[in-house]
Design a protein around this ligand. Structure first.
Ligand SMILES: Cc1cc2nc3c(=O)[nH]c(=O)nc-3n(C[C@H](O)[C@H](O)[C@H](O)COP(=O)(O)OP(=O)(O)OC[C@H]3O[C@@H](n4cnc5c(N)ncnc54)[C@H](O)[C@@H]3O)c2cc1C
Length: 392
């Protein structure tokens, strides 16, 4: 009888070897960054760290060699992200460029532009911002108000973007603006703007729960050449949505890294903490809680790895898989981290303790690049569409 085959979506030996290499590298690279000193900066921007990561080949991992990329699998990439975030590595400098801007430029930027810029991202030297969000348009990108007006042989950008990671630190900005080819989603275009371009002000910072280089971008008569249009006029929304598929899973991998770290911390605490004549780990209630955390983490890992597998092996678009992986892994991470804080008791809320930092750090991941509810809608709507088609 033929045995049905199921792809297990479990990293193979080579991937696990890569995981160990990353851990070894991080143990050495982060040795000079004591945890307490990094208490407020889990994801701080550290140019030297990003450059070293680039040297190791862990930025632009899946990109074509002609852009300096390393042509590795999505799975390997997610394993690296998982390890970086579990260790609290300072990834902010290259975080946007590696996950968002690089893939976007490779797919959509003019051939004259991408090969000049992308290799700098791979080396960890070129930092990027993506300017999608505006006040009241975060989840609803189709309603962006920033305007792009044709002028001479280029464009003039006017408007305000908010919640922009790396604002003021980045070398280059990808700005989504209403260019007016059609109402709504079909009238938005994407533009590349260099830091220092007259009319671009990135000086305003936004302090957040877990310090993160976040700011506001003001575009006031900001002029860019025609060669700075990414994709075709009116294609901006499709560009943003097409690339979101690719980078959403990376947020799932980040959540997975946070969750694994929280479980490690909780486990060590439960084993070491003595109370009522035994250890915290000896209580069945603790065992149930830890069992639940471990189970949910495994389920989240399988979702992240399935998204990688769907892309790497099946070569398919991953809108559904990436949405599920991001929403599930970040929600699980929040629950696991909360459980880890609880198991630490008072120590869990002391500023600078690892679980306290994780508790603050995870929160934004459930909001950016598609809030959980938005992703549930994507998954639910696709499921119902398929059911309707099947019924008709
Ligand atoms: C740390 C951080 C970094 C960020 N970096 C960037 C960046 O680099 N570039 C960029 O452009 N943006 C960035 N953002 C913005 C981010 O993408 C938005 O915050 C996000 O899209 C949500 O938009 P909003 O804040 O306007 O919330 P809103 O759109 O007002 O949504 C609020 C809440 O409403 C709910 N909701 C939304 N839509 C629906 C729906 N259809 N049905 C039911 N409920 C719904 C969700 O719970 C959501 O959290 C960042 C945000 C944070 C917090």
């Amino acid at each position: 009888m033929p045995v049905p085959r199921i792809e297990p979506c479990v990293p193979d030996e080579a991937c696990e070897q890569l995981r160990l290499e990353v851990r070894e590298f991080l143990a050495e690279a982060l040795a000079g960054h004591p945890a307490v000193a990094r208490a407020h900066h889990w994801s701080v921007a550290d140019p030297e760290f990003s450059r070293r990561l680039g040297e190791r080949g862990w930025i632009g991992m899946t990109w074509p060699a002609r852009y300096g990329g390393h042509e590795r699998s999505q799975l390997e990439r997610y394993v690296v992200i998982e390890e970086l975030l579990a260790a609290g590595a300072p990834v902010a400098a290259h975080w946007t460029a590696d996950r968002q801007s690089g893939p976007l430029l490779i797919r959509f930027a003019p051939e004259t532009l991408a090969p000049k810029i992308v290799p700098g991202i791979v080396r960890g030297e070129t930092w990027f911002c993506i300017g999608l969000s505006e006040s009241d348009t975060g989840s609803d990108l189709a309603s962006v108000r920033t305007r792009a007006t044709r002028s001479g042989d280029g464009w003039v950008l006017d408007g305000t973007k908010t919640w922009i990671s790396n604002a003021g630190l980045a070398d280059r900005y990808v700005i989504f603006a209403r260019s007016g080819e059609a109402p709504g989603a079909k009238g938005i275009s994407a533009f590349l703007v260099d830091a220092g371009t007259p009319g671009l002000d990135a000086s305003e910072r936004i302090p957040v729960i877990a310090p993160h280089p976040l700011g506001t971008l003001r575009l006031n008569g900001c002029r860019v050449g025609a060669d700075r249009l990414i994709g075709a006029p009116g294609q901006g929304f499709a560009i943003a949505m097409g690339t979101l598929d690719l980078f959403r899973t990376t947020v799932g991998a980040a959540g997975l890294g946070f969750a694994r770290r929280a479980l490690d911390e909780a486990t060590q605490r439960a084993i070491g903490r003595r109370m009522f004549g035994q250890t915290l780990a000896d209580f069945q209630l603790t065992q149930v809680q830890v069992g639940d955390m471990a189970t949910q983490i495994d389920a989240a890992a399988l979702m992240v790895y399935r998204s990688a597998w769907t892309r790497d092996v099946m070569g398919r678009r991953v809108t559904r898989e990436a949405s599920m992986a991001k929403l599930y892994a970040t929600e699980v991470a929040q629950k696991v981290i909360d459980g880890a804080v609880q198991l630490h008791g008072g120590l869990g809320v002391v500023t600078g303790s690892t679980v306290e930092r994780l508790y603050r750090e995870i929160r934004a991941l459930r909001i950016y690049e598609g809030a959980t509810e938005v992703l549930q809608l994507i998954v639910g709507a696709r499921h119902l569409d398929a059911a309707r088609k099947a019924a008709s």
